[in-house]
Design a binder for this molecule. Sequence first.
Ligand code: UDP
Length: 496
Amino acid sequence: MGSKDDELHVMFLPYMAPGHMMPLVDMARLFAAHGVRITIITTTMNAFRFQNAIHRDIEAGRQIGLEILQFPSVEAGLPEGCENLISTPTPEMSMKLFQAIRMMKPRMETLLRNHRPDCIASDVLFHWTVDVAAELGIPRLSFSGSGYFNLCVSHCVERYQPHKDVSSETEIFLVPGLPDEIKLTRSQLPDLVKGRNEFSELFDRLKEAERKSFGTLMNSFYELEPAYADYYRNNIGIKAWHIGPVSLFNKDAADKAERGNKASLDEDSWLSWLDSKKPNSVLYVCLGSLTRLSKTQLTEIASALEDSGHAFIWVVGKVLNSSGEEDGSHEWWLPEGFQERAYQSGIGHIIRGWAPQVLILEHPAIGGFLTHCGWNSILEGVSSGLPMITWPIFAEQFYNEKLVTQVLKLGVGVGNEVWKVWATEEMPLMSREKIRRAVTMVMDQGIAADEMRRKASLLGELAKKAIEKGGSSYNQLKALIKEIRSFRQPPLCRNL
Ligand code: UDP
């Protein structure tokens, strides 16, 4: 370990939502494993989600620490302990959470000024960190949580506005300018793309901050989306370093089991259940950390799983009642008798709450992943060499779906056509038949399914190689650390 003046110090600011926080914390730990001193700014309840892993890193001799701030839940009108988007089931609560996060800005700024790190690695949503970095004369890295493909499609849709040339919400259009033929419909585009709304100003600021940043940290690997990594660099003109898939950095069994939260199931039961199943025979069903479905939709999923006849592990999300409020007395709801039948026949295992997703996905019995196409889930599915059944719902999930189904050809869509913000609007119902058909196409044996499995398995191998010594992501991380170091001013100048 070098002296304090030689060592590089990077401060990480992860946003308080699992899909943002988990990969950025993995990245922070990865930097620490490469000899960089790391400080992560977070809050009390969020720290619980990853502090055990940090303690293990410290025991392993890494220089990584936390700056824990108190979260202003109560000041913002939230219940005490509500510090993460996963704990806000209604739009009103989410808006209060965003407000509470904004209230933390002065304290976060003070921490950054007091520490005077050599670099700030910040979630894209903390756009203001670009100004603090400029004031301190240090680089700011931005992290959006998505892959190159999404950034390129977003760029081309915004630039060429192809959705304005179609006559209906359901007419298919091609996105011009991209390396592949990407087909979309207007109904699949985020609201923000179709017109300005209450988030437009924020997104303008994020984009401006990205342009002023030193570059972008990408949770991806070159072999997954080479044409889009090149396109992003050459056409969008923002520096980017792909250093993923960062979930693979969790090699320790405890790190995998506790990633993102303490798992809500007892390991022995699901593990011994999976151990009893044949390789590639079980479908893993999880629609991310934020999606809330109606009871009607859960009934359709349950029926589809029973109809398909394939074994499954289903991470059941929380339900919304008809008024859109979370039904506290039935947080996790299933059709009557469904779980009993699944357990008696041995065909299914239910997880209520937080699943150790990366651990489950890498089990040899898992043969497919029904996913909402959150970027982390896609990367984790790819890393485990799994074909996918895609069910995008909101955010950039429809774009991610097209990477899986139209470019990589590793999956089949259930056929959702309509983008809806989670928990705010009634989502279109996906019928049991549509879900069953997609499940069958991926899980049944057949030429098409075998081909998807073969491709997925190959990409899984490439993902693992990318992060190993000499791999594409490993080399990018080394290059990035070198660039940050070369940006660094001599200690004397910094103290002036
Ligand atoms: N996740 C998990 N257990 C769960 C639900 C989600 O470990 O029960 C993790 C999953 O592995 C992924 C992240 O939460 O890393 C979700 O991120 P993603 O981008 O897939 O979707 P989001 O939840 O942000 O919509």
